[in-house]
Design a protein around this ligand. Structure first.
Ligand code: CMC
Length: 430
């Protein structure tokens, strides 16, 4: 991180010199750490539109150029040549693994997929129609009660064990939530299967018969997990960092991240896109819905469109659109009309002045739901799938945050706009 200075003039005419830090690539940041101490003012940036909350070595995004890199590797290259667990290793450890390191990591994940049996009884307590994201967040939060041998956040070995447990056990929890919803028996993981195959097995196999895993389905899931694996300081990752900054047990920090991801402005958008496409129903209705999205008095937004950072295109959406063609050709002919509708909606929106002017493009969630649906995954599970991919990013960021010797508890300040001081009045005098 190189240093230079940034100069501001205060209202009283004083020159204030603030350090300017340059990262490896991308815009530099003005270090305002001493501003309050020396000038008595805070900075104000609701929604962190122009504020870096930390420095990080993990992921880089150039929103203008549509670039996404994990540890310096373009996501397109990882999507083409790598697999999810290799990407998980890369994000967590900083470099691509050697063959031996990869084999070790895959084995560790493979042999930690089972849950403590006591955790399964949690699912009995949920209503049959509980949303799987609610179950995921609750059960992950409860993991600290089952695995409290590894919650000393200051012990690097404990941090390793925690990271393995989250990545390995989350698919098992996710599949158990789905089985609860559909009233089928829970399926135990199978150690001879890889990460995505195992998930398909736990979701779709039943004890009464053999289940054959479709390699295209496993490949598609693996690709989606790579694309969802990390996205620098997004809402849920920032929540994980913030919750973890108090040195809280890490399972509760991940549970907080899962809750943040659930919202429709974030990971919940993939579920909302499918609901929207079904509501639109037919290409003839597209102009009506585009007009609703443009109407400032209508809260409706085109779900799967727009992004805080990408202002040109979302590279993940481009890759997923290609995968949609492949998956639908192979598996999901009945979903082709929905994909056709999505393609048509994309074309109409991309030619519309409103969307052009505001730089609104399809994001990662616009097409991912179509693939999930073609794989037989119900809409309510879409955001759970996103959480499985993002769990490796959350864990990598948590580790980076907690291992930082200069780390501080996250504690933003505010612009107070409530009443000025006033005196208490007895109730009978009000
Ligand atoms: N449909 C219609 N108008 C939109 C949309 C949309 N999808 N997205 C943004 N706008 C408008 C918005 O009304 C605003 O207009 P104006 O300047 O007139 O006030 C302008 O574009 C800028 O939008 P913003 O809400 O200020 O931008 P933001 O960076 O705060 O929000 C977003 C980004 C992703 C929350 C937003 O684009 C959105 O709600 N999109 C739909 C939900 C969605 O697809 N979310 C998934 C994001 S990608 C995956 C993830 O991160 O989890």
């Amino acid at each position: 991180m190189s240093q230079d200075a940034y100069r501001l003039i205060s209202p009283s005419g004083n020159e204030i010199e603030l350090p300017l830090h340059e990262g490896t690539t991308g815009p530099g940041v003005i270090d305002i750490g001493k501003l309050y101490r020396e000038q008595g003012v805070f900075t104000y940036d609701p929604g962190f539109v122009a504020t870096g909350s930390c420095s990080s070595d993990i992921t880089f995004i150039d929103g203008e150029k549509g670039v996404l890199m994990y540890r310096g590797y373009p996501v397109e290259q990882l999507a083409e040549h790598s697999n999810f667990l290799e990407v998980a290793y890369l994000l967590q450890h900083g470099d691509l693994p050697t063959a031996d390191e990869l084999a070790d990591y895959e084995n560790t994940i493979r042999y930690h997929t089972m849950l403590n049996e006591g955790m399964l009884s949690f699912f009995k307590g949920f209503r049959y129609d509980a949303h799987p994201m609610a179950m995921l967040s609750a059960v992950v939060g409860s993991m600290s009660a089952y695995y409290h041998d590894s919650t000393n956040v200051h012990d690097p070995e404990h941090r390793d064990i925690f990271a393995h447990r989250i990545v390995a056990k989350l698919p098992t929890v996710a599949a158990a939530a789905y089985k609860k919803n559909i009233g089928q028996p829970f399926m135990y993981p199978q150690n001879h299967l890889n990460y995505s195959e195992n998930l398909l097995h736990m979701l779709f196999a039943v004890p009464a018969e053999d289940y054959e895993i479709d390699p295209i389905a496993a490949e598609a899931l693996d690709l989606l997990f790579i694309l969802h694996a990390d996205h620098e300081q997004n809402c849920s990752t920032s929540v994980v960092r913030m919750a973890g900054s108090s040195a809280a047990n890490p399972y509760s920090a991940i549970a907080a991240g899962i809750s943040a991801l659930w919202g429709p402005a974030h990971g919940g958008a993939n579920e909302a896109v499918l609901q929207m496409l079904e509501e639109i129903g037919d290409a003839s209705q597209i102009p009506k819905y585009v007009a609703k999205a443009k109407d400032r008095d209508d809260p409706f937004r085109l779900m799967g469109f727009g992004h805080r950072v990408y202002k040109n295109f979302d590279p993940r959406a481009t890759i997923i659109r290609e995968m949609c063609h492949k998956v639908l050709a192979r598996l999901g002919r009945q979903d082709t009309p929905l994909f056709d509708l999505a393609l048509e909606l994309e074309q109409v929106a991309l030619k519309d002045e409103f969307f052009i002017e505001k730089n609104l493009y399809p994001n990662v969630d616009f097409y991912s739901g179509i693939i999930y649906r073609a794989l037989g995954i119900p809409t309510s599970m879409f955001t759970v799938m996103f959480a499985l991919g993002r769990s490796v990013g959350w864990t990598a960021h948590w580790r980076e945050m907690i291992a930082d010797p200069k780390g501080k508890i996250s504690r933003p300040r505010q612009l107070y706009t409530g009443p000025a001081q006033r005196d208490y009045v007895q109730v009978d005098a009000r």
